[in-house]
Design a protein around this ligand. Structure first.
Ligand code: GLV
Length: 324
C-alpha cells in the first residue's frame, strides 16, 4: 500500500501525477482549522504533508499521529514549530536553493523602483499628469555607486551582493551571524556590526528568516540610526521590522523610502497606512513568484517528500538530526 499524503496546495499536472505514483494523495484547499476538521481522517492517516502556508504546531501534530515528513513549498519555515516536529521525529523539507536568484531579482527591483520612484511616477503618467518636461518633483535618487547594506548574508544575500556590486558598482556592507568568505572574496563585501550597517547603508536590504531573535530586529531605535536619505528593503519576513515604527519613520522623514515585499500581516490590510504613502513600494509577497521558479519549487517539494518518505534526507532537510 502506498503511504497516505495530504496535499494542501495545487500542483502542476505532471507533478501531481508524480506524487500520485508514489502516494495515496488527498488534496485539500489549504491548511486551515476548517479543512483540518473536515479532513480529520486523511490527517489521521497521513505519513506526509505537502503545501505552503498554514500552521504546523504541536496541536496540528496531535491530529496527524502517523506523520513522518512535512514538505513545504518555500524556503522559509517560520509557520512550522520545529521543536514540536523534532519531539515527534517528523522531518521538515524545504526549497532553499531553487528560488535564490529570483528573490534576489525581486530585491533589486525593489531597490531600483524605490530609489527611482518607478511605481509612483508611472502611476502619475497614467493619471495624465505628464504634461510638459518633468521637474525635480519627479526625480529620484541614484542607485549606482551607493552603499548597499545586507542584513543576513545567506544564499539570497549573496545573489543580491552579486547584482549590486558587479552590476551597479555598489560597495557592499553586511551583517550576519558569521563572516561570509565568498561574499568578501567575490564582491568585496565588508562585514560590520548592526549599528554601522544602519548608519552607513544607503540601501538597507533585509534578507533574514523570521525567528525569535529576528522578530522586530528593526524598530524605532534602529530606524533612527539610518540616514534620512536611506531606503529600507524587506523581502524576508514582515515581522523582522516593527511595521508601526516603520510607518512613523516614513511619515516623519527618518528614512527616505521603503520597498516591501513582506508585511506583518499578509495579505496587507487594505486600510494599512503604507498603501497611502508615495514613498512606499508594496508588493504582494512576490519574491519567488515567477512561473519558472514556482514550478521549480513545487518540483523540489515533491521530490523532497518522495525522498524523505523513503528515508533519504541528504538534501533540503531542516532537521536531519531527528532521524540520525
Ligand atoms: C517565500 O517567502 C519562501 O519562504 O519561500
Amino acid at each position: 500500500m502506498k503511504p497516505s499524503v495530504v496535499l494542501y496546495k495545487s500542483l502542476p499536472d505532471d507533478l501531481r501525477s508524480k506524487l500520485d505514483e508514489h502516494f495515496d494523495v488527498t488534496e485539500i484547499a489549504g491548511l486551515t482549522p476548517e479543512t483540518l476538521s473536515q479532513y480529520a481522517d486523511a490527517f489521521r492517516q497521513a505519513e506526509g504533508i505537502l503545501g505552503s502556508g498554514g500552521k504546523v504546531d504541536a496541536e496540528f501534530l496531535e491530529k496527524a499521529p502517523k506523520l513522518r515528513a512535512a514538505s513545504t513549498v518555500s524556503v522559509g519555515y517560520d509557520n512550522f514549530d520545529v521543536d514540536a516536529l523534532n519531539a515527534r521525529g517528523v522531518v521538515l523539507m524545504h526549497t532553499p536553493t531553487v528560488l535564490t536568484e529570483t528573490v534576489a531579482d525581486t530585491m533589486m527591483a525593489l531597490v531600483l523602483s524605490s530609489a527611482r520612484r518607478v511605481v509612483e511616477v508611472a502611476e502619475r503618467v497614467k493619471q495624465g499628469e505628464w504634461q510638459g518636461s518633468i521637474g525635480p518633483d519627479w526625480f529620484g535618487i541614484d542607485v549606482h555607486h551607493k552603499k548597499l547594506g545586507i542584513l543576513g548574508m545567506g544564499r539570497i544575500g549573496l545573489a543580491l551582493a552579486q547584482r549590486a556590486h558587479l552590476g551597479f558598482s555598489m560597495p557592499i556592507l553586511y551583517n550576519a551571524r558569521k563572516h561570509h568568505e565568498e561574499a568578501e572574496a567575490r564582491f568585496a563585501a565588508q562585514y560590520c556590526d548592526l549599528d554601522t550597517l544602519l548608519k552607513e547603508s544607503d540601501f538597507l536590504c533585509i534578507s533574514l528568516p523570521l525567528t525569535e531573535q529576528t522578530h522586530h530586529m528593526i524598530g524605532r531605535e534602529q530606524l533612527a540610526k539610518m540616514k534620512s536619505s536611506a531606503v529600507l528593503i524587506n523581502a524576508g519576513r514582515g515581522p523582522v521590522i516593527d511595521e508601526q515604527a516603520l510607518i512613523e519613520a516614513l511619515n516623519d522623514g527618518t528614512i527616505f523610502a521603503a520597498g516591501l515585499d513582506v508585511f506583518e500581516k499578509e495579505p496587507l490590510p487594505v486600510d494599512s497606512p503604507l498603501l497611502k504613502m508615495a514613498n512606499v513600494v508594496a508588493l504582494p509577497h512576490i519574491g519567488s513568484a515567477t512561473h519558472e521558479t514556482r514550478y521549480g519549487m513545487a518540483k523540489d517539494a515533491v521530490d523532497n517528500l518522495i525522498a524523505a518518505l523513503s528515508g533519504n534526507i541528504e538534501k533540503n532537510c531542516v532537521n536531519p538530526q531527528v532521524v540520525k
